[in-house]
Ligand binder design. Sequence first.
Ligand SMILES: [Zn+2]
Length: 475
Amino acid sequence: MEPKEVFHYFAKISGIPHGSGNTRELEAYCIGFAREHGLESFQDAYGNVMLFKKGSPGYEDSFPVILQGHLDMVCEKEPACPLDMEKEAISLRTDGAYVWADGTTLGGDDGIALAYILALLAAKDIKHPPIEALFTRDEEVGLRGARMLDASRLKGKYLINIDSEEEGILTVGCAGAVRVSAQIPISAGSAYGCAKIVRIGGLRGGHSGIDIDKNRHNAAKMLGILLDDLCRAQDIRVASVCAEGRLNVIPQTAEAVICFDPAKQAGIEDAVQHFLEMLKKECAAVEPEAFAVLEEAALPEICADAAGTRDVVFALMQAPSGVYAMDPDIPGMVRTSLNLGDVRLEERVLKMGFMIRSNTDFGKRILVRQLTLLMEHMGGEIQLEDDYPAWEYSRRSLLRDKMVQAYQDIYGEDPKVCSIHAGLECGILSEKLPGVDMVSFGPDLENVHSPAERMSVDSAKRCWEYLLHVLRLLK
Ligand SMILES: [Zn+2]
């Protein structure tokens, strides 16, 4: 398969198990590769690998270019696949048009970046500026390698991240994010009457960044509306609440245990039925499978009292979630959003978790403030975790201009230039490497992070030629 040198290294990488947290052998391979090719290398304390190659003749004094990809892959396999992905190599397959792995993820995300870069470092006949190859660890588990990066050895003025999955798109910005967890004290007493579970489900959910503007309904927010209905009509008490748990996923299900006077059961059934009709009418186009049901429950020991129940409903109804602002520079693109991704009422504490994303740091700060005020108002508090900056769109970028020009030269048309409303390593790298001009691109990869992952061979070939042309232009 062409390009031979790229697929040679892709096969080598695929022969070494390299799931997140299991990349020591691949790191050692890269360091050994540098030794074999007479290249300088450096591994920082966290294990991120850097390899250095001088510019080719005529390019010795050009600004160095950082070429970056991540070492780790997501290990997923089909239920019937017997492979131990911790220890055994995946089996590559191809029909000439696509490459995939038998029963497992391919690791094209992000093995193709490493294959390109190693092929380039090994080559003797390619024109390029000085190259600083940066292979980060543990990208797929919270961008840890990038967070821990010791960037002191990197002098590059440009950074090309090869971790995008659609040919023809140049990514020039990404969202920053912060996880917010809130705790609100809830007054409670002993349970009474009888108990039922109210459950909302069948919602589509989705990624809290990429899908936040697709009108998906958040099950935790819907549960807030239903509980408000029940409180107003039937004077219920809430004993527990549970919705999802992953902040980067829009909740698909949510449930609460409620206590009430058994004489009111018919009224409660009516209210749930009424809510379901409203839900179906309101969101038929987006959420055709939505349901709300009442199920049996054992009587809990304690439940929120009347004031505590009002606080739970108030918090669910007032918690912001969804798109906060659209981007004025890029039409149709979300700038700032948040997702209420985790809700738990256990005994006397209501816990809520949010993922705030923003392509500007200003937007993120405003939402943190809004949540702080809401929680303080309710006598609660918040903690921030995993705060990382946005990779903000820069109006001037020489690298972007060169990459657009190279695209026009090779493809005869303009690439799509866009930002994404999700996290990339470039967000963290933009803070570690201030002033470095960055663009992300990559060949067509389908169904990444699933055993159906596959890579287009033609696209991998075109993107290789494109990368070489970009490097030629960066004289
Ligand atoms: Zn990736």
